[in-house]
Ligand binder design. Structure first.
Ligand code: T4K
Length: 371
């Protein structure tokens, strides 16, 4: 194999399709600030995802911060340590304090039981993550949030187009936040969005990402600049046309992985949740070193010799990072499952660009490494 296999290589549609849209940008000379492609992408996303309101952002991290700012969240926010660092960083940037709760051992999402235990009189919100696109126990989290009068925000960075029965997963909780980074199933290169439930919410979120402007003379909020530009929106419009075939391809490759890895002792992978339409965003495996005799760290390094570049999403665990490990909730004894999973997890290459034989090459290489 000459070309390296990367964990989340983006799919790029034919360049001509972009050039057509770029020519329109050149004609219109409208580059950012709610331009026509921006508006078109919002409308197309609402209809594709079946959600009423969406606000585009320049990236997912700023969208996360805005979602917390929208509710003026202060005090403590209960969250998962098993995520990309942006999740917890956003809580800090919004001016609140993260409190970590442990995850479940099946899908590695926040465990509602642990969330409820972590609630104090300072708790104001729950920031849960649909890790790898597998939905959290959304109804249970909604019940807890309602009971304790907390805001419930979902970091749905991995969960684009995921549905629970016929309902978009983005409609649970108070707000859902998406990332459209280059490594995601749907991308605008850098980008993100907030899905909201009503017009007033959308208007306020749109003001937050645009310095707080209501109109030329009126600025009501201490907003910031997190606007998506026309180039990003145009990129997304082209990507959208390919979405269903890309997810279908990912599903086929995921099944190949599952079939090929099923009989390897000490390797566990996640299965589809009943009633969920998945997007096959990542292919994580859990390596039980006691059985394989090889650690995730070792396998990660060995894979490189085969030109395969996996990622240890999510190691290190956020709660073990220097800026968070002093927190009482960050102590490993509070987060045994998250620590266990983080040490053993490895995400294998999964991209709509890859062929079945490339996936088989990854499986064979893994077998060789652990044999
Ligand atoms: N919440 C969650 C749960 C998230 O996972 C993320 C982001 C966020 C919030 C924040 O959303 P954004 O602000 O990013 O919109 C990558 C992404 O940068 C990050 O967006 C993503 N999560 C995270 C899980 O993965 P890195 O540091 O691992 O990226 P990097 O550059 O090492 O690339 C990963 C792999 O993708 C490599 O194998 C190379 C390949 N790649 C990467 C890029 C950028 C390509 O093949 N082409 C490319 O253009 O964070």
């Amino acid at each position: 194999m000459t070309k390296p296999l990367l964990v989340t290589e983006p799919f790029l549609p034919p360049i001509d399709e972009y050039i057509e849209l770029l020519e329109k940008i050149w004609e219109r000379k409208w580059l950012t600030n709610q331009g026509p492609f921006h508006q078109q992408l919002e409308a197309e996303l609402c209809s594709l995802l079946n959600v009423p309101y969406i606000s585009l952002f320049s990236n997912g991290t700023l969208a996360l911060i805005a979602s917390l700012k929208h509710f003026e969240i202060q005090g403590e926010v209960i969250t998962t340590p098993f995520s990309f660092v942006a999740t917890t960083h956003a809580i800090r940037w919004a001016g609140a304090s993260p409190v970590f709760a442990d995850i479940d051992s099946e899908y590695f999402n926040l465990d509602p039981l642990q969330v409820e235990k972590a609630i104090t009189d300072k708790t104001s919100a729950i920031l849960a993550v649909h890790v790898y696109g597998n939905p959290c126990q959304v109804e249970e989290l909604e019940r807890i949030a309602r009971k304790h009068n907390l805001k419930l925000i979902f970091d749905a960075a991995h969960a684009f187009a995921v549905r629970k029965k016929d309902k978009s997963i983005l409609l649970y909780g108070d707000l859902s936040v998406l990332s459209f980074h280059a490594t995601k199933v749907f991308t605008t290169i850098e980008g993100g969005a907030i899905v909201s439930h009503n017009k007033e919410e959308k208007e306020k979120i749109d003001q937050l990402k645009n310095f707080g402007f209501v109109n030329e003379k009126t600025i009501l909020l201490e907003g910031f600049n997190a606007k998506m530009n026309e180039f990003q929106a145009a990129f997304g419009l082209v990507q959208l046309k390919y979405l269903s075939s890309l997810i279908e391809k990912r599903k086929i490759l995921t099944e190949l992985y599952r079939n090929g890895l099923r009989d390897i002792d000490g390797i566990k992978f996640l299965t589809d949740q009943p009633g969920i339409v998945h997007n096959y965003a990542y292919f994580p495996i859990l390596i039980n070193e006691e059985i394989t005799g090889k650690s995730a760290a070792f396998i990660y390094e060995e894979f490189k010799k085969y030109n395969i570049f996996t990622r240890r999403y999510f190691y290190p665990l956020i709660s073990n990072l220097p800026m968070y490990r002093h927190l009482a909730s960050a102590h490993p004894s509070n987060l045994p499952i998250a620590n266990y999973v983080s040490e053993r997890i490895l995400c294998l290459p999964l991209s709509a660009n890859y062929t079945p034989s490339q996936i088989e090459y990854v499986i064979d290489s893994l077998k060789r490494i652990i044999s």
